[in-house]
Design a protein around this ligand. Structure first.
Ligand SMILES: Cc1ncc(COP(=O)(O)O)c(C=O)c1O
Length: 424
């Protein structure tokens, strides 16, 4: 179909689709009320731009919370979708051509040995916890069942993943959670991280750490702490699990965020962009722990299906062939440099600029909710976490002029919103 013809078709379909107001009514009547959505209905995308039902465009600085890293309507993704349309799912009862190939790619890229595919980040972490317990038991260490996690961590919403998530607001309604979890402060460097060395002990099955804490406001974990945690794990034979669900797979300018540090995990959890929007997660395991799970110990109906794995293979190939890692590093530096300039111009309004690659945060001195709403009105999608932190997770294909345009608008909006909050 010619471009103009395709556009006309899209508009025809959009014109026949229910309006935002109708959908809001249906959701308010029939959907569990667990999400506070922004009042926008997205209907299509192109590059780093999304369009709503009324044809208004939005520059995307959140990419579906770190998922849509190639933006929208990428020709290589369209081709895979077309070609794989006749076999979406096989179950794990049979082979299909892509799971083994993707496992090889992830194992080689991470320097780890074997992969288990699931569907989400939560499930990857959940599986990693199960692996740790089962592995300890298989070593004859029946009492080694506890987990150590970090304060401010976020690992997901299932009971296991929630049990190692520190934040009270997520945990409270669901207690009691799995017992035997300790939360430690990665910034407490007193006595060479004595707190961590004491918490990681002969009862510890595994330690789980987000290499860069995302949900709590983009906090890279300091390398000295990671080294201390690695040493403590080695001393007591606990597994070190790195949760790179948000920061992995190119987001920092390396395939995995731990490549920016001096440690290597025993288990690595990834998800979000892995299936380019089709749910796919994985935990990747070091040789020493691969016999933790045997046939029948763990499984999933959907995990590692042909469509998701084939999309993922295309993504992994593109990271290399289209030099996306270099791009993320360079454009990310540009983003932070210009955000810091904005901070210098508005010193009372931005407390901190943080991040790595295209995982970027600006911590405001006032609540960010109004900023997000105003930026949405101006056609920019982003998100606010921990009340005051503007979090940017744009697609890896975002361009410098698009960043510049967003920052020019952001400066005006934060000045306006700070004045309302009595900050200027
Ligand atoms: C670090 C981290 N772990 C786990 C999760 C949970 O992933 P999912 O929402 O795919 O279950 C998230 C989600 O934001 C995350 O950021």
């Amino acid at each position: 179909m010619m471009q103009a013809e395709a556009e006309a078709k899209i508009q025809e379909v959009e014109a026949g689709s229910p309006a935002l107001e109708q959908i809001q009514q249906l959701e308010s009547d029939y959907l569990m009320q667990t999400y506070a959505r922004s009042p926008v209905m997205l209907t299509r995308g192109k590059g780093s731009t999304l369009f709503d039902d009324k044809g208004k465009s939005y520059l995307d600085f959140i990419s579906g919370i770190g998922v849509n890293v190639l933006g929208y309507d990428h020709p290589r993704v369209r081709r895979v979708l077309r070609e794989q349309g006749n076999l979406l799912h096989t179950s794990n009862l049979y082979y299909h051509p892509y799971q083994g190939q993707l496992a090889e790619r992830l194992a080689k890229a991470s320097g780890l040995a074997r992969v288990f595919f699931c569907n989400t980040g939560t499930e990857a972490n959940e599986g990693a916890l199960k692996l740790a317990r089962a592995w300890q038991r298989r070593q004859g260490r029946e009492d080694k069942t506890e987990f150590v996690s970090l304060i401010n961590s976020f690992h997901g919403r299932t009971m296991g993943a929630l049990s190692i998530t520190a934040q009270e607001k997520y945990r409270k309604p669901f207690e009691p959670l799995i017992p035997g979890v300790r939360f430690i402060d990665p910034n407490n460097s007193a006595n060479d991280f004595a707190e961590a060395r004491e918490a990681i002990n002969e009862k510890t099955a595994a330690v789980i750490i987000e290499t860069i804490q995302g949900e709590s406001g983009v906090h890279p974990i300091n390398d000295d702490f990671l080294k201390a945690a690695r040493e403590a794990c080695d001393k007591v034979d606990a597994l070190l699990i790195l949760d790179e669900v948000q920061c992995g797979l190119g987001r920092t300018g390396k395939v995995f965020a731990f490549e920016n540090t001096s440690v290597k995990p025993d288990v690595l959890c990834v998800a979000k962009p892995l299936g380019l929007g089709v749910p796919l997660g994985a935990f990747i395991v070091a040789e020493k722990a691969v016999d933790g799970l045997k046939a029948g110990d763990h499984g999933t109906t959907f995990g590692g299906g042909p469509l998701a794995c084939r999309l993922s293979l295309e993504f992994m190939a593109m990271l290399e062939e289209e030099h996306l890692l270099q791009r993320v590093a360079e454009v990310g530096n540009y983003f932070r440099k210009h955000l810091r300039r904005l901070q210098r111009r508005q010193p009372g309004l931005i407390k901190d600029v943080r991040g790595m690659g295209l995982m970027v945060a600006a911590e405001l001195t006032f609540a960010g909710k109004g900023v997000i709403a105003k930026m949405l009105e101006r056609g920019f999608l982003m998100n606010c976490t921990h009340d005051t932190v503007l979090r940017f997770l744009p697609p890896y294909i975002i361009r410098k002029p698009e960043i510049k345009e967003m920052l020019a608008n952001l400066e005006e909006v934060i000045v306006e919103e700070a004045a309302k909050a009595g900050q200027s």
